[in-house]
Design a protein. Sequence first.
Length: 94
Amino acid sequence: MSYITDKGRKPTIQDFISVLPKGAEVIPTGKDAVVTNCVHPTHDDKKPSMGLMQGSKGAVFVNCFSRDCPKADLLKYFYERIPYYQKRGGRYGR
């Protein structure tokens, strides 16, 4: 599965970081990985607990470490805000 944005590239971890809520703390943990505040609406995150990592084939992985936030809700947050996905009605998939 490959997504191409209007700029002719796959969405990157920077695209995901750019739509985080204002004031979200972003802590680099590696070349293509960060820990940040969770975006799940029911998770009042005081300390960064959500990881974003870009894999070797370009996919961005999202995971909340501190509680059982539904992954679908986390992805929905990003898909509704990243311009490429907005043009597809906030949908993702093949």
